[in-house]
Write a protein that binds this ligand. Sequence first.
Ligand SMILES: Nc1ncnc2c1ncn2[C@@H]1O[C@H](COP(=O)(O)OP(=O)(O)OP(=O)(O)O)[C@@H](O)[C@H]1O
Ligand SMILES: [Mg+2]
Length: 323
Amino acid sequence: MYPNSILILFSNLRGGIGKTSLAFNLSFLANNALIVDTCPQGNLSYFFNKDYQLSPSLSVNDILRPYFLPGFGFATNTSQYIAETNKFFEGKNNYFIKSSNELYILPSQMANALVQARTIMGSAQEEMIDKMLYSLKSEIQKEKQIINADKCLIDTSPFFSGATHLAWHATDALIIPVRTDQQSINSLRLLLDILTNPNSEFRRTPTSDNHTPKIQMIVLTHCGWSTVAGARNIPNQQTKMFLKEIYNLIARQISLFTTSNPANHIVMLDDFLGSGRMSTAQSKPILCMNSGETMYINRVKTSVNESVYKIQNELKFIHNSIW
Ligand SMILES: Nc1ncnc2c1ncn2[C@@H]1O[C@H](COP(=O)(O)OP(=O)(O)OP(=O)(O)O)[C@@H](O)[C@H]1O
Ligand SMILES: [Mg+2]
C-alpha cells in the first residue's frame, strides 16, 4: 500500500501491548529493511542480538546525541546485519540499529536543547528546531542508503518524550497496536489527543512544514474468539466490545487516518498463547514455528498449537497491507 520510502512505526503510549512482538515478526517478513529500536528497554535489540549491550556497535543514542549535545561527532554505519546474530534472518538483507539505556535521559537533553533553540532570533530558530526534530529521520535516510534498504520499521517505547517524539517526525504513517483492555483504549485516546491538541508536547513545537504523521492501522492484539459450539470465527464478547469502541474512536477522528473509511484501519491479531512465549524465549519469529513444537520455559512445558497458522496468516496480512 505504501511506496518504499515511507517509514512505519509502532507506537502506543502504553507498555506491554505487543509493539515489539509485532515489530520483530514484521521485520522477519520484510526484506531490504532497516529496523530501528528507539525503546530504551531494548527488547527488540535483544531479539536480534542477545548480546547487543556488549557489542561495540553504535546505538540510536549515539546517532542522536550530536543533535542535542553540541561537541559530539556524528556517527555513520551504525546498523548491524541481523542474520549475523539471529540465524532465523539468514538470507534477508535486513539490518538494525540497536537501542541503548542512555535513551532514558534523551528527553531532558532534548527539552534543554529546544529551550536553547527558542532563544535564537529569526529564521535560524526554525532551522535549528527542524534540524533537531528531524534528526532521527535524516539519520535513518542516510543509513538506508548505505545498506540499500527500501523500508524502515521503528519500534518505540511506551513514553512520548524523547525518541518517540523524534520517531513521530521520522514517519509518515503510524501502526498502533492496542490490546483488548480498557487501559489500552485510554492510551489510544491519549495518543489521538497528542496528535490533535495544539497544546500537546508534539504540536507545541511544530516543524516548519507542520509535519504530523497519519495513522495507517490499529492492530487489536490479544484477540479472543467465541468458544460457543458452531460459532466459527466470531470474536468473543470482550473482543467485540473493544472492536466497537475503537471503530467509534476512529470514525470520530477519521481525518487523522490515511483513508476515510474506519473499517480500513482495524486489524485483529490473535492471542499468541504458547507460540508468543516460545518466540520470545528463542528469539524465533512466529512465522518459523510449527504446531506441535514444545519447550520448557521456566520449567513449564510450553507448546505451539494449530492456532499458530492463523496468527501467521494475520501477520502476513498486516505485512502485505503496510508495504
Ligand atoms: N498478540 C499477542 N498475544 C499474546 N501475547 C502477546 C501478543 N503480543 C505480545 N504479547 C506478549 O505480551 C508481552 C509484551 O509484548 P511486547 O514486548 O511486544 O509489548 P510492548 O508493547 O513492546 O511493551 P513495551 O511497551 O514494554 O515495550 C510479551 O510477553 C509478548 O510475548
Ligand atoms: Mg516494546
